[in-house]
Ligand binder design. Structure first.
Ligand code: ADP
Length: 312
């Protein structure tokens, strides 16, 4: 038997895009995890090595990558053996879809090693979700779907799965700043209100409708006007040191809008054009230096390709 292998890149993602809590996400170009999947004679999926992190589990039952891959292998009832090497470039718990990136890359690679039994990439989402589920405890597509497909994604429903691809306006750029502090998603969930007044719901849905229309019509002003979250952001803002200052700095520097990525601590801004994004990045960096917290920054157009095979 010829031993087969494949290398796959899957990008980081921003979910909970302001008023689109739990329903709107998009992919960025960098960072992203790369996974090398090698066929082996021993049936089952294993993690051979994790490069770039020593805190992520090697146990195949605890790593989202192997759990996702195994879900697909089980689905097609295959006895294939697969060894995964994960090149971990997205810090776990950063709020930019670290676990989703690994789960998606592993699912995509496994499908290729199996000879592509799943014909439509779209249909790989549920397998990646099964991996993602062991990290977040929830069966959610809001990071997995944009990581796989690229662009902006609406998750109309997780179960039954109904995901809508929106693509992305050509001049839209994003700036992400990741302060190196720990925020537990479970803790951050506890801060959310159990109920919202009808008036707030109307404001929020108006903004979400405007944001989606702005994305589809490439109306940058409408995108900016609509990036307002009056329900989730006020409840979570205090968990991120310097959030208010970062957001105000981004807006003052010309960003269309800004908000919390995922459940934080990463903060993102959307900008029209690369020059504007560069300016926003510089100002956000300058502002955050006052907080004495180490941070990483990323700047990129919206990633429209999603997950790709890397050909050496
Ligand atoms: P993020 O919000 O950045 O996506 P998550 O909170 O979703 O991060 O996931 C982090 C959790 O998932 C950690 O507990 C981590 O140990 C676990 N995990 C398991 N496998 C992976 C993996 N391959 N990549 C990242 N995190 C993983």
């Amino acid at each position: 038997m010829m031993s087969k292998s494949i290398r796959v890149y899957s990008p980081a993602t921003v979910s909970n895009v302001t008023c689109g809590f739990d329903v709107l996400g998009f992919a960025i170009e960098k960072p992203g995890d790369t996974i090398l999947a090698e066929q082996s004679a021993r049936p089952g999926v294993r993690i051979k090595e994790i490069v770039g992190s020593d805190s992520i589990p090697l146990n195949p039952l605890e790593n989202v990558a192997s759990v996702a891959a195994q879900a697909l292998v089980n689905h097609v009832d295959s006895k294939i053996g697969i060894d995964l090497t994960i090149y971990k470039n997205i810090k776990a718990g950063s709020g930019i879809g670290s676990s989703a990136s690994s789960a998606v890359a592993a699912t995509f690679a496994t499908n290729q090693l199996l000879g592509a039994p799943i014909k439509n990439t779209f249909d790989l989402i549920p397998f990646a979700m099964q991996g993602e589920q062991i990290a977040s405890g929830a069966f959610h597509a809001d990071n997995v779907a944009p990581a796989l497909l690229g662009g902006f994604i609406i998750v109309r429903s997780n179960d039954p799965l109904d995901v809508v691809q929106l693509g992305a306006p050509p001049e839209l750029y994003t700036v992400v700043i990741h302060p190196d502090v720990q925020i537990k998603t479970s803790e951050s969930r506890k801060l959310l209100p159990a109920q919202v007044p009808l008036k707030s719901l109307v404001t929020q849905t108006g903004n979400l409708a405007g944001l989606v229309a702005g994305l589809l019509q490439h109306d940058y002003d409408l995108i900016g006007r609509s990036m307002i979250d009056i329900i989730v952001e006020p409840a979570r803002a205090a968990t991120i040191p310097g959030f208010k200052e970062l957001k105000q700095t981004a807006l003052d520097a010309g960003a269309l809008g800004a908000g919390i990525s995922g459940s934080g601590p990463s903060v993102f801004a959307l900008c029209k054009g690369e020059a504007s994004a560069q300016k926003v990045l510089e100002e956000m960096k300058r502002s955050y230096q006052n907080f004495n917290i180490p941070f990483d920054t990323y700047i990129s157009p919206i990633n429209k390709k999603g997950t790709i095979e890397i050909i050496d």
